[in-house]
Design a protein around this ligand. Sequence first.
Ligand SMILES: Cc1cc2nc3c(=O)[nH]c(=O)nc-3n(C[C@H](O)[C@H](O)[C@H](O)COP(=O)(O)O)c2cc1C
Length: 194
Amino acid sequence: MKTLVVFSHPNADSFNGAVLKTVTDTLGQGQHEIKVRDLYKSGWNPLLSTADLQKLYSGQVPDDIAAEQAEVSWADMLVFIYPIWWMEQPAILKGWIDRVFSHGFAYRLTEQGMMEGLLKGKKAVVITTSGANEENMRDNGILNAIDTCMIKGTIGFCGFTDIVYENLYSVPTVSDEERQNMLAKVKNMFEKYN
Ligand SMILES: Cc1cc2nc3c(=O)[nH]c(=O)nc-3n(C[C@H](O)[C@H](O)[C@H](O)COP(=O)(O)O)c2cc1C
């Protein structure tokens, strides 16, 4: 399986970095081709600009967006790894989605006036990390918000059919042993794709 990992954390030595390593190591043991888009390291520009919109509306695609879209087209599975910041994804990832999942590439308006996802048949796995615990995430509505906005409203909207979501809770405050258990859980999640 061809897998594109979209990694959105500024520090490779973070817990998110350890999640990335676990995912690539685990998939690396199977028959996968893996590519990683490290958005901070690559200096991804998250701003959907006036010039971008003008080009996109006239049927052209800016070069940096076209390069990302080629990677998305190549992949059978996308894996998103990111921390929850202010209840949602880091701005750099929001900007990747704004620019890469563009009209005509990720979705289109049909002649009947219906939205149609164009990334059908692809799988997606979303792994997030939080400072909050599970009870807090459920009670304050973040889990519902992620499900509505990212899982259904973005990835599902674009046509992905097989979507798996997992949040790793209380990352900054749990013990090292608990963090290792979380990484073991991630390993377990990805072994099933091998
Ligand atoms: C700018 C910023 C905003 C954050 N907002 C939230 C939040 O809304 N909810 C939450 O549970 N944790 C929040 N956190 C905590 C991070 O989610 C947590 O520290 C991170 O997931 C731990 O993973 P890391 O060690 O790889 O960074 C925030 C952290 C930062 C830096």
